[in-house]
Design a protein around this ligand. Structure first.
Ligand code: ZN
Length: 573
């Protein structure tokens, strides 16, 4: 666990403008900075970054957050990774609360070494007609090869002597680039191979995939797991593809680097590959954060079928209602590389479009294994479906699949839930009929604006503060949180704290309004003014309520005739 106080401290020490500028060029506009939004397609900039308030807001798509939120969204990182990345950028150490495994420190010179190796392989490719020929045969242009940093490791034992002053240095073994043999002999892991740099979302080379040029085994050779490279976490091509993935809101997951590169060569620039492992839950989570649709594309052979099922199993706990996961099975003799070379982009994208939805694939597989005409078969279905259904936490998806499986097995949803001993997914509660949308009391809105500009003002609110309006509830929650903070609270810390709560969108909307206030805006004065106005309003409201009560008491004393007359007069106004 990262201590909350550290997160606040970090937000105080970094500058959101520096952070965002690493990814998106910003232009100064008044007191703020603007850019075309990296999260939606637009021609004129509505993405606004406030340096004084340390948050960003897009007036086009509503994207909103702090520097941490930006790194998470933009690079598809988790919270912990984003915090670490930002801490590293200003060279401070992330403290850990007890119980967390000690983080392994990565010496920065390992990255340098990988970078030097990449440059070296690129150079070698230019000098090897044989390697160039091979890539040409596979239909790759120089442009795409450059985009992916593809290179060539010559057929020699100690190529990497060229990139390091000391081939004996332990760091070479640590990167997995060099193997230590018997009697202290050292040699390169990759020889006579086409080299595909594996790049993390920050653009750093963390490993290599190597493909043999001619015949020979193994056909593909990956870097081993190192402190830089964790297979279950990384996806080949994500760095290059992330922009297109975000724009298209679709990502294709394939099995090999050549598939990613070949698809990109044909204009399908939103594919990534797992690296010699099955798709992990981590992969799925990462991709669902970037995109509304994830399509797994598998070869048509038996291995592909098996890999697809593994991907499904690992995807279930990560499902998010409203996002789509699809499965695409290519004809048996094809992989994405051969398919797109033979049939072209349009045909391939049609397949992606028609991919089988996860629920369809799950039900198809389950029912194909059993005979639903017999009680034994239906029983087997229930047994097989149990671990799968139990793994789903997305409520709507869970509900629908339980209903489907129950129906196929001839039981009710309640019976199925009892059998599995799982909590029923409640039928969605019917919402109370929406009251005619009451315009937000502008006083409360103004008060919330002040509090979000200067959260510490909340300490001055009366303790018995209460209100029914949405803004009122948000103010109450904010005040309670601010009161228990020991040090001064910034706007960014507030955003970070309420991320993922029901107040997030209210805060985002009001914070967006604060961007339009001039620098001369006097928060403290406005706060005082609004507060006293609200107190006057409150007194008026109390008075009105009392008057109404008196009226009603008197009404009771009226005769039937007088009452009718009174009501008629009231209606006429
Ligand atoms: Zn936007």
């Amino acid at each position: 666990m990262i201590p909350k106080s550290f997160v606040q401290d970090l937000l105080n020490r970094i500058d959101i403008v520096d952070v965002i500028e690493r990814y998106v060029p910003l232009k100064k506009a008044g007191t703020n900075f603007v850019a075309c939004c990296p999260f939606h397609n637009e021609k004129s900039p509505s993405f606004t970054v406030s340096q004084t308030k340390q948050f960003y807001h897009c007036f086009g798509c509503g994207a909103h957050g702090t520097a941490i939120g930006f790194v998470m969204e933009h690079a598809g990182m988790g919270f912990v990774d984003a915090v670490e990345e930002l801490a590293r950028s200003i060279s401070i150490e992330v403290p850990r609360e007890a119980n967390s495994p000690a983080q392994q420190k990565v010496a920065p010179d390992l990255y340098d070494l990988m970078h030097a190796a990449t440059r070296y392989y690129r150079e070698q490719l230019k000098q090897s007609p044989r390697a160039i020929d091979y890539l040409k045969q596979r239909g790759l242009s120089g442009e795409v090869a450059a985009r992916f940093g593809i290179g060539y490791a010559p057929d020699a034992w100690q190529n990497l002597e060229a990139v390091t002053p000391n081939y004996k240095d332990a760091s070479l073994v640590a990167t997995g680039k060099v193997i230590e043999g018997e009697g202290d002999k050292r040699y390169d892991r990759s020889r006579d191979r086409i080299m595909f740099p594996i790049v993390n979302v920050r653009g750093q080379v963390i490993g290599f995939g190597g493909r043999i040029l001619d015949k020979g085994e193994p056909k593909y050779l990956n870097s081993p797991e190192t402190t830089l490279f964790e297979k279950g976490h990384e996806l080949y091509g994500l760095f290059q593809a992330q922009k297109t993935i975000r724009a298209k809101q679709c990502v294709i997951v394939v099995e090999g680097y050549m598939d990613v590169v070949a698809l990109a060569q044909h204009g399908v620039e939103y594919a990534v590959a797992t690296l010699g492992t099955a798709t992990t839950p981590y992969h799925v989570q990462k991709l669902l954060r970037l995109s509304d649709q994830v399509v797994f594309c598998f070869d048509g052979d038996r291995a592909g079928q098996k890999a697809a099922w593994r991907a499904l199993e690992n995807a279930l706990p990560q499902l998010v209602d409203g996002k789509r996961i699809g499965f695409l099975f290519l004809p048996e003799e094809h992989d994405p590389d051969t398919y797109i070379r033979e049939f072209g982009r349009e045909a391939f994208e049609e397949l992606v479009e028609d991919s089988l939805p996860l629920s369809g694939y799950l039900l198809r597989e389950l029912t194909s294994q059993v005979d639903l005409h017999t009680p034994e078969g239906r029983n087997a279905l229930l047994q097989k479906a149990q671990p799968l259904l139990v793994a789903i936490s997305a409520p709507a998806t869970a509900l629908l699949l339980r209903k489907e499986v129950a129906a196929l097995a001839g039981v009710t949803q309640a019976e199925l839930e009892a059998l599995y001993e799982i909590k029923p997914v409640a039928a969605p509660q019917r919402r109370a009929p929406q009251k005619a949308a009451r315009p937000a009391p502008s006083g409360l809105r103004a008060l919330l604006r002040c509090l979000l500009l200067k959260p510490d003002l909340a300490r001055q609110l009366p303790l018995d503060w209460s209100s029914e309006a949405e803004e009122g509830a948000a103010i109450l929650e904010l005040a309670q949180w601010v009161r228990v903070q020991e040090s001064e609270v910034s706007a960014a810390a507030t955003i970070q704290n309420f991320q993922g709560t029901k107040f997030e969108s209210t805060f985002a909307a009001v914070q967006a309004e604060t961007l339009k206030l001039g620098e001369t805006f006097d928060v403290a004065a406005e706060f005082e003014g609004v507060l006293s106005m609200l107190r006057v309003d409150e007194r008026k409201q109390q008075l009105l309520t009392l008057q109404r009560k008196i009226e009603q008491a008197e009404l009771k004393g009226l005769s039937e005739q007088e009452r009718t007359l009174y009501l008629q007069l009231l209606q006429r106004g």
